[in-house]
Design a protein around this ligand. Structure first.
Ligand code: SAM
Length: 254
């Protein structure tokens, strides 16, 4: 059954998945949550001040909202830097569903509203390359398939948006094996951001050689999580007790 569209409280759309029994975003505000978790708390907005290139890896393309927000921000800045956005999606929605998305209240460039419905047309299993906007140099590499089948030749991301459904319903994407694989796509300075604050998920990161910190969550949620191979990148945040969470994870103590 294909996911159904719902408005969230900030006016932006989300979807509800019957398959996972979960909304794709916080029902209090899809765009507000994305901007807080992936753009502000991750340090991406600050990074863009001086960046000469940008590579992002997202787990769970979903509605494509994060890619749309990124295009809008790049356009707003008049950015010409080369941007590669990799995203992985096992269950893409139809172009007809994407036609109903409304993110117009959260983007400055209304001409971008057609980008997502166009992306969802004619997707093939495996990598789909798209370059949707002329003025910004942003390329989407959308992998249609399961995360475990994703094997790019070369990928070193500056930021990882870890955005599956929650660990209770999408457990396969929150294991130490997953975070070890993500580590192979990272640079020494990569920042991984996720809305999730579950101790077990943090333990899986700690058991996979990531430093892990808590940050304030979006829309009144107490916490979210940031991870990086670099302690320096997390210095503004309170780190979790990495040794303890790693041991608990390895001893299956959650
Ligand atoms: C929370 S939603 C993503 C939200 C998305 N980033 C957005 O802004 O709309 C999680 C997504 O992960 C996808 N997903 C779940 N399990 C997956 C897997 N094993 N491999 C790839 N994608 C998966 C789901 O189909 C869903 O689109």
């Amino acid at each position: 059954m294909s996911p159904k569209i719902h408005p969230t409280k900030d006016g932006s759309s989300t979807l509800y998945s019957e398959q996972f029994s979960q909304y794709y975003h916080n029902p209090n505000g899809a765009a507000t949550e994305s901007l807080h978790v992936f753009f502000e708390s991750s340090g991406l907005n600050e990074y863009l001040e001086t960046a000469t290139s940008l590579t992002i890896l997202e787990i769970g393309f979903g509605t494509g909202l994060n890619f749309l927000l990124l295009l809008d921000i790049l356009k707003q800045r008049g950015s010409k830097i080369p941007v590669k956005f990799y995203s992985i999606e096992a269950f893409p929605v139809s172009a007809e569903t994407a036609d109903e998305f409304d993110f117009s209240g959260h983007i400055n460039h209304q001409e971008l509203n057609d980008v997502l419905p166009d992306i969802f047309k004619n997707l093939q299993p495996g990598i789909n390359h798209k370059k949707p906007v002329g003025e910004v140099d942003a390329e989407l590499n959308l992998f249609i398939g399961k995360f475990e089948a994703f094997k790019p030749d070369e990928l070193q991301a500056d930021f990882i948006f870890h955005d599956p459904f929650s660990p209770e319903v999408n457990e396969e994407l929150w294991t130490d094996e997953v975070f070890k694989k993500l580590r192979t796509f990272s640079k020494p300075t990569t920042v991984l951001a996720t809305y999730c604050a579950a101790s077990k998920a943090r333990g899986a990161m700690c058991a996979s050689n990531w430093h892990v910190a808590r940050a304030t969550g979006a829309l009144g949620k107490r916490e979210m999580t940031l991870a990086s191979p670099s302690k320096e990148k997390l210095k503004q945040f309170k780190r979790v007790d990495e040794k303890r969470l790693k041991n608990r994870y390895l001893n299956n103590d959650f």
